[in-house]
Design a protein around this ligand. Structure first.
Ligand code: MSP
Length: 640
């Protein structure tokens, strides 16, 4: 019989970003659902991938002097490797630079253009280069980008537009009529609020002259596709042509998981794009919350990015998977702390679940030589345990529909607690003393082990590796994937006569001393950390002689687009310095200006001209900004 199909996706991550726990969060959540659905017998397609076009990639590749394609070929591996490490069971990994993706994007564009869903117009707007987004005047926050708060530039150009506005009413009706479409409800209301204002059309092109790294428009090769329009199509390009998608059985997707930051692009852009294409919107778009670290947004400059590989080294994969999904309701923001993680590991995993397995397997060894007994005498404690198991299995299934991972785990822990209480109440260590007690003991030990098997199946989507180890200790030879949810629908799947294995701690406790050490290590300022070659000492820095200098003369270097030749007075002498600033500064702007010079740099020849120093400047996505001072200092002053 053909299996029912189920499709779940994560956003495709910007290939340039260093993967952090935020990315791991969405991917692990999707993995848990995918694994659960497979256990239920669905044919699951689980997609993740990388978003590889756009300005930032182009700029980063340029800075490294490699082609954008070489750059992304290398970088996307970091995500792939991390997902292997986290036991992520994705079916496929889509990269937007792959031919299969580009082909569908171009076909869709061609079709929408032919259907007049795309038109050309002139456009004037405020453009945020880092976010690669246009904003209208009223979108701006204090004149800056409303998303990243950085400076925006006014740009006027001809571009192509998708008639998004025409689908506004359809979208509002869809959201109102289908309460499951956008979740959680609070976010759904936000989207409806956003849609109370008239929706504009979406600019879906970028002139190639400004941004060559993208998918060329099929009907005008002077333009490339706007990265969001390109990226969103990943969710369907994986299934082939539009005809293939329709017949694949995997569209509409059951869940498009996204972070709250990209809900608008999915709920509004993506849904209306699909409408125009003639495909159904996904059955559900779920926007989860954001992780902060000690109350702050994760950022490289704050040195607070929680690196998932380090966490795995410290605590193991499954502890992280469990913590991320247990600690915070999926739709809410959460604050990451190592202390909370250690707390959960010690209490939930080591004390409650780990000890339950440990004592069960140890008693099985002691009382039955490690062989699972056939149940003997029944007792009043049995029904509450088996009923609890049934209740938990049913409730967990409902909670998966809401992606309420923390509640699912809470619910499963009710069975952990009930089983621990079952052992405490029945008291195997007393039962073993009498012949009558021994008959009862068989049932108690069988039921405890069977309850652990049920727990193993229920917890497998969250902690696959540890649950396979749990099964192994219980002497179950069939893999959990093969056992499936059906195997726990009725009590008694565990085979009497099976040989249990040696008890092994699933989740070793982190003792106080060790916890203090970890916490001290992670909260230590970066300079206290071990040298890894990325830091220099103050002595190293002092070797660089930085001085102020006044520009006396400036002229463009012939045949060079970038270089300006400067004569700079650095107090003790005049230096000839070449600076790659011609695309942002005119020579006449430079004369009389104070710059900062690296004064002890070995002279080098550029285009046949000797440069006796270097001028300090920042390169802000191609725009050069010279380093300077609030007030004019004299010449030759040391800069520290
Ligand atoms: N490339 C776009 C998405 C295109 S989808 C067609 C993008 N990429 S991203 O690398 O910035 O990743 C965004 C996603 O990563 C978020 O939506 C969320 O799923 C996850 N997270 C990134 N940082 C996060 C936190 N600090 N906390 C939780 N998740 C966050 O946007």
């Amino acid at each position: 019989m053909p299996k029912n199909k189920f499709y779940i996706t994560t956003p495709i991550y910007y290939v340039n970003d260093v993967p952090h726990i935020g990315h791991a969060y969405t991917t692990i959540a999707a993995d848990a659902v995918a694994r659960y659905k497979r256990l239920q017998g669905y044919e699951v397609f689980f997609l993740t991938g990388t978003d590889e076009h756009g300005q930032k990639v182009q700029q980063a590749a340029k800075n490294l002097n490699v082609s954008p394609q070489e750059h992304v070929d290398k970088l996307h591996q970091r995500f792939k490797e991390l997902w292997v490490r986290f036991n992520v069971s994705n079916t496929d990994f889509i990269r937007t630079t792959e031919e299969r993706h580009k082909e569908l994007v171009r076909n869709i564009l061609q079709e929408l253009h032919a259907k007049d869903e795309i038109y050309q117009d002139s456009y004037e707007g405020w453009y945020c280069t880092p976010c690669e987004r246009f904003w209208t005047e009223k979108d701006l926050t204090e004149g800056n980008c409303p998303e990243c708060r950085r400076k925006v530039e006014k740009i006027k150009e001809y571009n192509y537009f998708f008639r998004m506005s025409k689908h506004q009413q359809w979208l509002v009706d869809k959201i109102k009529n289908d309460p499951h479409f956008i979740l959680p409800t609070s976010r759904r209301n936000e989207v409806l609020g956003f849609l109370e204002n008239p929706l504009g059309d979406l600019c879906i092109s970028r002139p190639k002259s400004r941004l060559p790294w993208g998918i060329p428009l099929p009907f005008d090769e002077e333009y490339v596709t706007y990265v969001w329009f390109d990226a969103l199509i990943n969710y369907i390009s994986i299934h082939g042509s539009l005809e293939d998608i329709k017949s694949s059985g995997f569209w509409p997707a059951d869940h498009n998981l996204v972070g709250k930051d990209i809900l608008t692009t999915h709920a509004v852009y993506w849904s209306t794009m699909l409408k125009a294409i003639g495909l159904e919107p996904p059955k559900n778009i779920f926007a989860h919350g954001w992780w902060t670290v000690n109350g702050q947004k994760m950022s490289k400059s704050l040195h607070n990015v929680v690196e998932p590989n380090n966490l795995v080294d410290l605590f193991g994969v499954d502890v992280i998977r469990y913590f991320l999904l247990r600690e915070v309701p999926f739709g809410m923001d959460g604050d990451f702390s190592h202390k909370a993680l250690i707390g959960r590991l010690n209490s939930d995993l080591a004390n409650n679940l780990g000890n339950l397995l440990n004592r069960t397997v140890n008693m099985m060894k002691k009382f039955f030589d490690g062989v699972i007994p056939t149940p003997g005498a029944e007792g009043p404690e049995d029904a509450p345990l088996t009923e609890k198991a049934g209740e938990v299995i049913a409730d967990v299934d409902k909670l998966y529909n809401e992606l309420a991972f923390n509640k699912i785990l809470q619910k499963i822990w009710e069975l952990v607690d009930t089983t621990n209480q079952y052992i405490d109440k029945t008291g195997p260590w007393h039962l073993v003393k009498t012949e009558e007690g021994k008959e009862r003991l068989k049932t108690v030990m069988y039921n405890s082990a069977e309850s652990l098997r049920v727990l193993g199946v229920l917890l497998y989507p969250f902690m696959p590796q540890s649950m396979e180890s749990l099964m192994n200790q219980l002497g179950v030879e069939t893999s959990i994937a093969e056992q499936g949810m059906n195997s726990i629908k009725s009590w008694g799947g565990l085979k009497p006569g099976s040989q249990t294995q040696k008890a092994k701690q699933l989740f070793p406790r982190i003792e106080d001393k060790q916890a203090d050490k970890i916490l001290a290590e992670v909260s230590a300022p970066k300079e206290d950390k071990k040298e890894d070659g990325s830091q220099i000492t103050i002595e190293d820095f002092m070797k660089v002689e930085l001085r102020t200098g006044k520009v006396l003369e400036a002229e463009k270097v012939k045949k060079s687009k970038k270089l300006i030749q400067l004569k700079v007075d650095i107090g003790t002498e005049t230096r000839q310095v070449l600076a790659g600033i011609a695309e942002s500064y005119e020579p006449e702007d430079m004369v009389g200006r104070t710059v900062i010079i690296v004064a002890n740099l070995k002279p080098a020849k550029l285009m046949g001209i000797e440069s006796q120093g270097m001028v300090l400047a920042a390169n802000n996505d191609g725009k050069i900004l010279l380093a300077g001072f609030d007030e004019e200092p004299g010449q030759g002053i040391q800069v520290r």
